[in-house]
Design a binder for this molecule. Structure first.
Ligand code: HSE
Length: 406
């Protein structure tokens, strides 16, 4: 029997218990041994819940119990999760987690400790909820040099953008719904301001490129400025608006960013709706691949965590994660990266047309009947820096949204 401990009995922690109870015999068969939850660490008590008899409030009970071979850290946040994880690994216990904040910040160090002790630190649920993406990057796509990752990596914002696009819902209402469904972070600013997606693209890029990508270095823009008017333009252009986490290798340069982008109908990311996430990967020999599934929510996330428990149970004395060096990968400033833009401008299109063309060159104009006093246009491809200079010269810009190039 393999004894495990679960740190945190919140949304994901209770999901882990539910998944293990629901699929008990098939999970044990796949693990090769019976998996038993011996402890659940939480500050709270849960009277009436069968879990109550396993609740402990002191992490040292778990740390000092030699029977515990696997620790499931689903507390979220950097502390005390970092201290607990490090202590558990140093004590020779494998750890698995859904904690993207912790993996993005200390992943390289924790992986190194696990490697030295020939145990495992696995984090499939940290990116894309229930979608297998860490394991494919670690073990299936090893023949490739990955040169691009583009993903819808946040279920909350994708749910919100989908509802706003389809039904013209108000931002606050859809955010509340996403919270009620257990998709949003404790502080939903992490979702809507893009920080959650930023940590996920930092993790995926570090794995794909083999060196530490610091999330603090990634240009990050959320969806807080996206309005119903933007969706009217998007609809007129037959495009959708998605919050994308993106990283790309161009020669010796690496770019990474998180931002809302306009996506064409023939782009595979166009039809990724609601809480679903998708991660598009390009490898130099594989070409394109896309991973799709539920990106947030109790059971999909718990499913990925429990899959890590099974993997750790099967490899109690063998490290299975490939190298992610703590050596920092320097990202190139995105002002040098190139793309097209959709621009909304306050003013009269007929009066401004010649000036817009003089500044931006070839553009396509879009006007929306019930948005008087403004117009929009799409530009050709230019660098971010060139765009900034031209937009400044034009003046009266209400907003701009990047357009994804496939
Ligand atoms: N708040 C996150 C999301 C949860 O909406 O994607 C899963 O990481």
């Amino acid at each position: 029997m393999i004894q495990i401990a679960v740190l945190g009995y919140g949304t994901v922690g209770s999901g882990v218990v539910e998944v293990i109870n629901t699929n008990y015999s098939s999970i044990n068969k796949k693990a090769g041994e019976e998996i038993n939850i011996k402890y659940v660490l939480d500050l709270r008590d849960f009277p009436g819940d069968p879990i109550q008899e396993k609740i402990v409030h002191d992490f040292d009970v778990i740390l000092n119990d030699p029977e515990i071979r696997i620790v499931v850290e689903v507390m979220g946040g950097v502390e005390p999760a970092y201290t607990f994880t490090k202590k558990a690994l140093l004590a020779g216990k494998s750890v698995c987690t859904s904690n993207k904040e912790l993996v993005a910040k200390h992943g390289a160090e924790l992986l190194e400790i696990a490697r030295e002790r020939n145990i495992n630190y696995l984090f499939e649920a940290s990116c894309g909820g229930g979608i297998p993406i860490i394991r494919p990057l670690n073990s299936s796509l090893t023949a490739d040099e990955i040169d691009e990752i583009a993903g819808i990596l946040n279920g909350t914002t994708n749910y919100m953008l989908t509802r706003m696009a389809r039904e013209g819902c108000e931002y606050e209402d859809v955010l509340k719904e996403a919270q009620e469904m257990g998709y949003a972070e404790r502080n939903p600013a992490a979702d809507v301001e893009g920080h959650d997606a930023c940590r996920k693209i930092a993790i995926l890029s570090s794995l794909a490129f083999g060196r530490q990508v610091d999330f603090e270095d990634i240009y990050t823009e959320g969806i807080t400025h996206i309005t119903a008017a933007d969706f009217k333009y998007a609809k007129a252009m037959k495009k959708s608006i998605k919050l994308l986490g993106y990283s790309k290798k161009c020669g010796e340069c690496f770019y990474a960013m998180v931002a809302p982008v306009l996506v064409d109908p023939d782009d595979p990311l166009y039809s990724v709706n609601d809480v679903f996430n998708a991660i598009f990967v390009h490898g130099n020999v594989l070409g394109d691949a896309m991973f799709y599934g539920r990106g947030a929510g109790k059971l999909p996330t718990a499913s990925a965590v429990v899959a890590d428990v099974v993997d750790e149970a099967r490899h109690l004395h063998r490290n299975i994660m490939t190298f992610w060096s703590s050596h920092k990968l320097s990202l190139t400033d995105i002002s040098n990266s190139q793309r097209a833009f959709f621009v909304r401008v306050k003013g009269d299109k007929e009066a401004d047309e010649a000036r817009v063309k003089e500044i931006f060159g070839k553009v396509s104009f879009i006007q929306i009947e019930d948005l008087p006093g403004e117009y929009g246009f799409t530009t050709g491809i230019m660098t971010e820096a060139e765009y900034e200079v031209r937009a400044e010269r034009l003046g009266n810009v209400i907003s701009r949204i990047r357009i994804r190039q496939q």
